[in-house]
Design a protein around this ligand. Structure first.
Ligand code: MN
Length: 234
């Protein structure tokens, strides 16, 4: 009995696939917080006492490689967080860690942009992180490399530069929860679907961005992510 939409629905957000004209339709964006001990410490936490956690961003927060990120409103402290991003190709619930890698389509470099001042306020007051993490243009993402192209990277340099200055420089081997452990944990909370992206946490060296900055971020073996920060709306 229902027919047309009240308004034209927005197109499906998507990510590029390295070496292909195929598009990876994005279903959801999940993120892991506190997954590198040195980053937990720089945030004033204790990696023994504060385990990793999950939060999410809207799927349409993705920004294609080379795109511009408008400086977001209601913050004076926009931060970069370079992360390994897992692209899920096969869904499932309560996935065992030993089976988890068979659900992975590929991997990409992402930047979990954060309104750090809003996050600090939320942490202090015990409030959700949504406005600190899930804002427009908050998920710049380079092309996804398939598992056939890149395997399952576990020991690779992860780094981020602002303009020509290196800010983050670590290794995927420093992750507290491995990719299989993340998929097992996450799929006990949510049914994963093809098209889900998982940002797996950032190493130490997070810091502020201002309009005019160029961010360059990489993980050895994957396409380098680059985006500018441009003046936002007044
Ligand atoms: Mn993060």
């Amino acid at each position: 009995m229902y027919a047309s939409y009240v308004f034209s629905p927005a197109g499906r957000p998507w990510a590029a696939v390295h070496g292909s004209t195929d598009r990876f339709a994005v279903h959801r964006i999940y993120c892991v917080g506190r997954n590198y001990a040195a980053h937990v410490q720089e945030m004033g936490g204790d990696p023994q006492r504060d385990p990793p956690l999950f939060f999410s961003k809207p799927a349409d927060a993705v920004v294609a490689n080379g795109g511009d990120v408008p400086y977001p409103p209601r913050t004076a402290d926009l931060h970069h967080e370079v992360e390994l991003v897992v692209a899920i190709g096969r869904g499932g619930a309560r996935i065992a860690a030993v089976d988890a890698l068979s659900h992975v389509y590929g991997y990409a470099v992402g930047n979990d942009l954060t309104r750090r001042d809003l996050q600090a306020d939320a942490r202090k007051r015990g409030l959700p992180w949504d406005s600190a993490k899930g804002f427009d243009h908050s998920a710049p993402l380079a092309a996804i490399h398939t598992v056939e192209q890149v395997g399952h990277p576990t020991d690779a340099r992860i780094w981020l530069k602002v303009n020509e200055q290196i800010r983050q420089d670590s290794n995927l081997s420093q992750m507290i929860w491995s990719v299989p452990e993340i998929i097992a944990e996450l799929s006990s909370l949510y049914t994963l679907q093809p098209g889900d992206l998982i940002f797996t946490g950032t190493p130490d060296g997070i810091g502020p961005l201002v309009a005019g900055d160029t961010v360059t971020a990489g993980i050895y073996g994957l396409d380098t992510l680059q985006h500018r920060v441009v003046a936002g709306r007044e």
